[in-house]
Design a protein around this ligand. Structure first.
Ligand code: CUA
Length: 268
């Protein structure tokens, strides 16, 4: 007996071809006639350099989030409850994680790419933002928060450097000092604040000329240039009381050290 295709089989094969043809025709119609774009993983968005907080409506916000060693920019996002927030995330240096506690947000921050997720915040509260990808000595410090408030006040953000103008400027009009670039390059501000805020290491503000007590019980009456230089070049030699001996020895050129000392002298 010959292999004959039955009428039923012919019908099924024909139907399958028709379904395919209709689908292809619909895809073509959608993309050429209607201009529909099939969503991708948003990596065709240009990576950005600094964080941004954009208000579209009182309950609709867009955040351009920059992850970097070892901070998020912006690091505090405040929105009224019921807000929907679009997060666009990139990294300035290496891979970081970006997770918001008690939400569906869990993204990778990848240099050169932009990842996207949306969250709706219905319950007031503080939602921690953490980096969940090990990224170096201050990985555990890399965090921020979303504050969902039970009010009608418009949303806002903190910790944005650059143009937005909401960043805390360095004390004493130092916000254009060349030392800032040196701090950024070496990650100094992960542990040393510029504005007096408490952190892992002593703040840079008012450091020059102040009394310093060390872990071994000794002290100096006034932090001077020699002490600054030594602290940068041999950070484990003298540890200020109540701080951990965790500062890595960082190769900083003589010229850069001069700039840093100049900055510290001016940062009262
Ligand atoms: Cu960034 Cu861990």
């Amino acid at each position: 007996m010959k292999n004959k295709i039955s009428k039923v089989e012919q019908g099924v094969i024909l139907a399958a071809f028709l379904v395919c043809a209709v689908q292809i025709a619909l895809i073509g119609y959608g993309s050429w006639k209607l201009g529909l774009v099939v969503p991708t993983c948003v990596t065709d968005v240009q990576p950005f350099e600094s964080g941004k907080f954009i208000t579209h409506a009182s309950d609709r916000y867009e955040v351009h989030m920059v992850a970097k060693m070892w901070a998020f920019e912006p690091n505090v996002i405040r929105v009224p409850k019921g807000s929907t927030v679009d997060f666009y995330l990139t990294s300035k240096d290496i891979n970081h994680g970006f997770q918001i506690d008690r939400t569906n947000i869990n993204l990778n921050a990848t240099p050169g790419a932009v990842n996207y997720a949306q969250a709706r915040f219905t319950k007031p509260g503080i939602y921690a933002i953490v980096c969940n990808e090990y990224c170096g000595t201050a990985h555990h410090q890399m965090n921020g928060r979303v504050e969902v408030v039970d009010s009608t006040e418009p949303g806002s953000a903190e910790g944005v450097t650059g143009s937005a103008g909401s960043a805390a400027p360095a004390a004493g009009g130092l916000d254009t000092h060349p030392a800032l670039a040196i701090f950024a390059k070496n990650g100094c501000n992960a542990c040393h604040s510029l504005d007096g805020a408490k952190s892992l290491g002593p703040t840079f503000k008012g450091l020059y000329g102040r009394r310093v007590e060390f872990a071994d019980g000794s002290s100096i009456a006034a932090a001077d240039e020699a002490f600054m230089r030594e602290s940068i070049q041999h950070p484990s030699k003298k540890i200020e009381k109540s701080y951990a001996p965790i500062m890595p020895a960082t190769p900083v050129s003589e010229a850069d050290i001069d700039q840093i000392i100049d900055y510290l002298k001016k940062s009262k």
